[in-house]
Design a protein around this ligand. Structure first.
Ligand code: GDP
Ligand code: MG
Length: 407
């Protein structure tokens, strides 16, 4: 299965054969495996494609959404408490007494019963904390200082590896707030952090999809699920440019993912699998570049797929150099082992859907490029934030005129 000679498209074509090909493709057993280093976005991609393939694209009721929202807000605050450390009590002093029961569950040692989560209003509490005047500056300062090398900052033996990993949920704190404010449907669990241990799978008709945990310890279990894979999806975070691995404080994530990716494209166990590379977190990459991060991975020829990418903060150049760093475009033999690549914000169902359509169309090599990278594209809340920022700078520069608009 999956070998080139057995592919129906390789047979000489005959009139009337196209229908047979389609039928053959839709009933043929397929096995997909989703792999990546820890925090690359594999669980999120798996979660989204499970929703898409099982036609579960919307919450069936408000309670189900509320449960997931409260859970993610709870996890955000719990992890916030860890990074705020001594500043935590300063915040707690400002929280109204009515949030008392919520706060009790956030004690270091308490563990909340997930079935009861909807009885608490962690969403309201998170919004309250977010609106405390000094909170955002405090959070930004702390987060910028610790997030590049997160395990170096938490060497305390009482905080284990998985706890440190889950702190990375805070990367999406601002995004969660903006989605709550937008009052439109979204999937809170896609912004959450789930630790995958071992291999899990779901089946949809003839497709079996597997996801394996990506931390160093978990990777030992990968080989046992490599047999007869028709598609191997390798996930890489575009936002890892300034980060060190959670497993050790010396290795850059970008180096580790590159080595792993080379091993995977060359392993004989995946020789016949269609290999697809998916770059995640383009939205976080943009935020990092806005904050002044930079990266130089070498001079690569600009890929034609990237011509529509906006070039603010050198985004086009940065995306091109990260993608080229991984896909080794200068080495044609290696490059040919990769079927196609896509850039997707995995937390957006519609974007994952576009990628899925391309994966399901066995002949498509057309790269999906997340609209957040493209010229002229802005989500409404992004636009609002940008406008507020502009207004702020105009006020700072005292460039506001005294003209009043009469309505
Ligand atoms: N903003 C944003 N966050 C993402 C994206 N992909 C994954 N994440 C977040 O990154 C974190 C790690 O993702 P996860 O799927 O658990 O990574 P895994 O360790 O590879 O399974 C989670 O908090 C996700 O919500 C993305 O494209 N954009
Ligand atoms: Mg995972």
């Amino acid at each position: 299965m999956g070998s080139k000679s057995s592919h129906p498209m390789n047979k000489p074509s005959q009139i009337g054969e196209s229908i047979t090909i389609q039928q053959e493709q839709s009933t043929r057993e397929e096995s997909w495996i989703i792999l990546g280093t820890a925090d690359s976005g594999t669980s999120t991609f798996y979660y989204m494609i499970e929703r898409i393939l099982s036609n579960n694209r919307h919450y069936s009721n408000r309670n189900e959404f509320n449960h997931d929202l409260q859970l993610v807000c709870f996890l955000m605050i719990k992890n916030l408490w860890t990074i705020l450390e001594s500043e935590r009590s300063r915040i707690i002093d400002l929280i109204p007494k009515s949030f008392g029961p919520c706060l009790e569950n956030l004690n270091d040692k308490s563990n909340i019963d997930q079935s009861q989560i909807s009885e608490f209003d962690y969403c309201e509490l998170l919004m309250y904390i977010w609106n405390i005047p000094f909170f955002r500056d405090l959070f930004e300062t702390k987060w910028n200082a610790i997030s590049p090398n997160i395990s170096e900052n938490f060497k305390d033996p009482n905080i284990n590896y998985y706890h440190v990993l889950s702190l990375l949920i805070l990367e999406n704190l601002e995004e969660l707030i903006s989605r709550i404010k937008s009052k439109t449907e979204f999937f809170p669990l896609a912004l959450s952090y789930e630790i995958t241990k071992g291999v899990r799978e779901f089946r949809y008709n003839n497709i079996l999809v597997k996801n394996a945990g990506g931390s160093r310890g978990q990777r030992k279990k990968w080989l046992c699920c490599f047999n007869n894979q028709s598609i191997a999806i390798f996930i890489i975070s575009l936002a890892e440019l300034d980060q060190y691995t959670v497993e050790d404080t010396q290795t850059l994530r970008i180096q580790e993912s590159k080595l792993l990716m080379e091993e995977l494209i060359n392993t004989r166990f995946l020789k016949t699998a269609r290999k697809i590379v998916i770059f995640t977190k383009p939205d976080i990459l943009i935020k990092k570049l806005q904050k002044g991060h930079s990266i130089h991975l070498g001079n690569y020829k600009m890929r034609p797929e990237f011509k529509e990418i906006i070039n603010k903060h050198e985004l086009k150049k940065v995306v091109n150099s990260i993608v080229s760093h991984y896909l080794n475009f200068e080495n044609e033999i290696e490059f040919k082992k990769i079927h196609s690549f896509h850039i997707v914000n995995t937390t957006e169902l519609e974007e994952v859907n576009c990628v899925m359509e391309r994966i399901l169309d066995h002949n498509s090599k057309n790269a999906f490029i997340s609209p957040c990278l493209l010229h002229g594209y802005r989500k409404p809340e992004q636009f609002e934030r940008e406008m507020q920022e502009r207004l702020f700078w105009k006020c700072r520069e005292q460039r506001l005129s005294d003209i009043r608009v009469l309505t």
